[in-house]
Design a protein around this ligand. Structure first.
Ligand code: FMN
Length: 175
C-alpha cells in the first residue's frame, strides 16, 4: 500500500516534518509513506497548471492508495502553503483527490493540537471529494515538550501514532 504524505509546513526546522519522518517509520509495517512535495509549488494564479511540481504530485496522488496531511495550524486555520497546494492540485484533470481516503495528523506547542485547522481542512476536503477518516484524530498538544532530538519520545503519543497508521491502513482497505 502506498500513501502520499503532504507536510503543510515549509519551515526547515518544521515540527511536522519531524512527525512525518517518525510516522513513516512507525507505519512501515502497514504502508509505504511517500513524501508529497509542495515546496516548489508556485502561488496559484491560473497560469501554472502545467508546473512540474504540481503535475508530479497530482500524478503521485492519483496512483496512491491514500493521502495523509501533516499540518500545523496557522492563525486558527490551514497554512497558506498547504491551501495553495490544494487549490493548485484541485485544478488538475482528473482531480487527484476525488474519492481518495485521507487522514490528518497535527501537532502544536499549545493545547488545541491543530483542531481548528483540522476542521477547516475537513471542510475543504468535502469539495475535493476526499474521504477523511473520522477517528482516531491525531491532535498532539504540548508537542515541543514531547520531542527530544527531533523525535517524539512521549510513549503514549508514539503508541497512538502507530495505532493511527494501523487504523488508516484498515480504512484504506475498505475503499
Ligand atoms: C504564522 C503562524 C501562525 C500560527 N498560528 C497558530 C495557531 O493558530 N494555533 C496554534 O496552535 N499554533 C499556531 N502557531 C504555532 C505553530 O503551531 C508552531 O509554530 C508549529 O511549530 C508550526 O509547525 P511547524 O513547526 O511544522 O511549522 C503559529 C505559527 C505561525 C508561524
Amino acid at each position: 500500500m502506498k500513501i502520499i504524505g503532504i507536510v503543510g509546513s515549509l519551515r526547515k526546522d518544521s515540527l511536522h516534518r519531524k512527525v512525518f519522518n517518525q510516522y513513516k517509520e512507525l507505519a512501515k509495517e502497514h504502508f509505504e509513506l511517500i513524501d508529497g512535495e509542495i515546496a516548489e509549488f508556485p502561488m496559484y494564479d491560473g497560469e501554472h497548471d502545467d508546473h512540474p511540481a504540481v503535475v508530479t504530485l497530482a500524478e503521485q496522488i492519483r496512483s496512491a492508495d491514500g493521502v495523509i496531511f501533516f499540518s500545523p495550524e496557522y492563525n486558527y486555520s490551514i497554512p497558506g502553503s498547504l491551501k495553495n497546494a490544494l487549490d493548485a492540485l484541485s485544478r488538475q484533470n482528473p482531480q487527484p483527490f476525488a474519492g481518495k481516503p485521507a487522514a490528518i495528523v497535527g501537532a502544536s506547542p499549545g493545547n488545541a493540537g491543530t483542531a481548528r485547522m483540522q476542521y477547516h481542512l475537513r471542510q475543504v476536503g468535502v469539495f475535493l471529494d476526499l474521504h477523511i477518516m473520522n477517528k482516531p484524530e491525531v491532535m498532539i498538544s504540548g508537542a515541543f515538550s514531547k520531542l527530544q532530538d527531533d523525535v517524539i519520545v512521549d510513549e503514549q503519543t508514539v503508541e497512538f501514532l502507530g495505532l493511527h497508521a494501523k487504523s488508516f491502513a484498515e480504512f484504506v482497505r475498505r475503499f
